[in-house]
Ligand binder design. Structure first.
Ligand SMILES: [Fe+2]
Length: 247
């Protein structure tokens, strides 16, 4: 399977602190049948894309070289978790380099504080107008989405897609978060499940263990679709099929 949201690069954000921890996360990924990880450090300042890309790309090259040398069967590709605010309107063409594996899919996140849902639409529209597809990270975690659930179909209709976190589905961060995530998947609004792992102790990328804690309505078909089928389309930069779980 593929993990399209993971803070696996060392010393870039609040993810892995050291290269040793990065390698440990890589080994956990392999143990959990993950073959490709998109490195998606937080990108919180769109005015400093240059520095971010330079550091990220250098670390990915170094890490892939090391994985090869150690014969760890895992590949790391580029990505970012882009924090959406008004700077998105000023972003230059380098925004395209923040996409997942240089595809059209840009992993984005909103504020975890309550905000005007109209802003969510404006930011996503701006990305779509640049020919990119906003892949909204963990919709189940935004209080704004709980407060204004109609935002989900509105964003979907303008071309956004959604990625749910595996640990949200375990119920570890609350029942309402889990239920929102489950509804997104069973109604065919979420196309991707990823780990959003941040380290080796908590918020880990132990996908198989987390899967055992998912509610049974998350069927093997939904799991295959969201962790294999769709991520592969994204990595190959192909348009996504119509979600088969959509009524
Ligand atoms: Fe994240």
């Amino acid at each position: 399977m593929f993990d399209l949201h993971c803070h696996i690069l060392w010393n870039m954000d609040d993810g892995a602190e050291t290269m040793e921890k990065t390698i440990e996360m890589c080994r956990t990924a392999v143990k959990n049948d993950i073959s490709i990880v998109a490195a998606t450090p937080h990108m919180t300042d769109l005015r400093r894309t240059d520095d971010f890309l330079y550091t990220r790309n250098r670390k990915i090259t170094e890490l892939n070289r090391l994985l090869n040398a150690e014969e760890i069967p895992l590949r790391i590709c580029g990505g970012a978790e882009v924090y959406l605010n008004d700077w998105i309107f000023e972003a230059d063409d380098e925004l395209a380099e923040l996409t997942l594996n240089r595809s059209r899919y840009l992993l984005c996140e909103y504020s975890l504080r309550l905000f005007d849902p109209e802003k969510a639409v404006l930011f996503a529209e701006e990305i779509a107008e640049r020919g990119l597809v906003p892949l909204i990270a963990h919709p189940e975690r935004y209080p704004t989405f709980h407060e204004y659930p109609d935002i989900v179909p509105e964003l979907y209709d303008l071309g956004a897609r959604f990625q749910v976190n595996a640990d949200s589905l375990t119920g570890r961060i609350g029942e309402n978060v889990r239920d929102f995530a489950v509804n997104m998947l069973t109604n065919g609004f979420a196309d991707v499940i990823a780990t959003d792992a941040h380290g080796v102790n908590h918020r880990k990328n132990d996908m198989q263990e987390m899967k055992m804690m998912f509610p049974p309505v998350i069927t093997p078909e939904i799991l295959r679709y969201t962790t294999e089928t769709v991520p592969l389309y994204i990595l190959k930069n192909e348009p996504l099929p119509r979600n088969p779980f959509r009524e």
